[in-house]
Design a protein around this ligand. Sequence first.
Ligand code: ADP
Ligand code: ADP
Length: 226
Amino acid sequence: MASITLDNVGKVYSGDTRAVGDVNIEIADGEFIVLVGPSGCGKSTLLRMIAGLESITDGEIRIGERIVNQIEPADRDIAMVFQNYALYPHMSVRQNLAYGLKNRRTPKAEIERRVNEAAEILQIGQYLDRKPRALSGGQRQRVAMGRAIVREPAAFLFDEPLSNLDAKLRVTMRLEIKQLQKRLRTTSIYVTHDQLEAMTLADRLVVLNGGRVEQIGTPLELYRRP
Ligand code: ADP
Ligand code: ADP
């Protein structure tokens, strides 16, 4: 686990688009932060900068003691869950889960232990030998989360992970993520458009507008009307 610090973070894309500016957030160890705000407010840009997938124009992002831009990609201790699952279609579920660990030269017995544990947590044990195309949307998203969990990362980054699912499944998965959060207590940053998802999951919400932090607080603090 790790704390994450955003210190005056800003991003200007080439062509002079300021996507993010003056963002200061201290995220505690084990805290679950939800980023909300209208389309184009900079949520994805911020998440991608924290992931080290996008360069940072101003300021600094630290994960624990380490500065994001100075960490080699192979040493990045964060795992990201995407809306489109990003599973490898030619690999079985088991291979998808193990892939990132194999790349990191994790011993075979340890890979097996972690894959089985993730499969148990996410209830995907009976699908381990299937290919992603033989799974439903919800099952695919569980595998995508499993791939993040097996890494045992210092932090999870979620980019609208439930947006492609139907309304009923979103409710189920939202509650499952809540359970996961209680069990693992891994520092998480979660981007969503969905108010219920935000309210259910967030320890604190960060409301972005025009690339800047408009409000920050617990769901109770932000949604209680005076
Ligand atoms: P959100 O995730 O909240 O919808 P984004 O982070 O995707 O917002 O976008 C923030 C702003 O940055 C928008 O004005 C968007 O058009 C712009 N933007 C995003 N990605 C790029 C890019 N690769 N090049 C130029 N501008 C971009
Ligand atoms: P892994 O293969 O185990 O996911 P990597 O070192 O390749 O690990 O990637 C580091 C992080 O960046 C991971 O969290 C991964 O999900 C994310 N990532 C990797 N490739 C991409 C990509 N093309 N686009 C967005 N995120 C990516």
